[in-house]
Write a protein that binds this ligand. Structure first.
Ligand code: FMN
Length: 221
């Protein structure tokens, strides 16, 4: 049975395109694997705490030397890390906000990526001392944008810092291989025209199709 973590980052509950995409992805998955086990972490509704001086100090103190206060400070992070650790598939639904990540999703990343928990740091590795201690997971990024043309050669090429950021975090810090990252996006939401209708319908269709396809591959593996 596949264990999946769904992370929703839209601040909108009603009318959110990214949440609908995640719903469709899961519906598609369930057509191949009805018993998939899904944990939902709704960071749009309940944003995680942002990193503080206290949480950095606690995180960099060896576990056996942590005070009860430090352990309490890290409790939220440990819960979020545990959800990632036991999941094989991470599904992140995330709008593009101001050409980047919603702050709630960035806060989630900063709580999840921690030395000694999700990565190790060793200067004997030379110029790349960081190595993830996680492996074998896949990542699905379901996004929506109000504008369009973010693809290579498009009129906003280089303006989308959400997908590249998530890809770097996934590959460098969460041990996810490039080829195990899947991305679907709806565009034109702010134009609310035929192009948006078509892009949204295509994204919802593609999300369901991807869910069913990945589930089929995971069930037969
Ligand atoms: C605070 C905020 C910032 C946004 N910034 C951008 C942006 O920089 N570029 C863009 O294309 N769309 C932007 N949008 C539009 C959203 O990406 C779009 O409405 C998307 O559909 C939101 O996801 P949701 O439907 O799941 O809520 C922004 C929307 C909000 C609310």
């Amino acid at each position: 049975m596949t264990v999946m973590l769904r992370v929703d980052a839209s601040a909108r509950l009603g009318g959110s395109i990214t949440r609908q995409m995640a719903d469709r992805f899961i519906e598609g998955w369930r057509t191949s694997e009805p018993n998939v086990q899904i944990t939902t972490r709704d960071v749009g509704r309940e944003p995680p705490s942002i990193v503080s001086e206290a949480s950095i100090r606690a995180g960099f103190t060896p576990p056996e030397q942590r005070t009860p206060d430090m352990k309490a400070t890290l409790a939220e992070s440990m819960t979020l890390i545990d959800e990632v650790r036991r999941s094989e598939v991470l599904v992140i639904s995330a709008p593009l906000y101001n050409y980047g990540l919603p702050a709630s999703l960035k806060a989630w990343i900063d709580q999840v990526v921690r030395p000694g928990e999700t990565f190790s740091f060793d200067l004997r590795r030379g110029d790349f001392p960081i190595q993830s201690t996680l492996s074998g997971k896949s990542l699905v990024v379901l996004s929506s944008r109000g504008e369009f043309g973010f693809e290579p050669g498009g009129i906003r090429d280089g303006w989308n810092h959400l997908n590249p950021h998530l890809r770097t975090v996934a590959t460098r810090l969460l041990g996810i291989a490039d080829e195990d990252i899947y991305e679907i996006a709806s565009e034109y939401q702010e134009f609310d025209d035929q192009r948006h209708h078509q892009s949204r319908e295509q994204a919802l269709h593609d999300a369901a199709e991807l869910g069913s396809r990945l589930a089929g591959a995971s069930v037969t593996a």
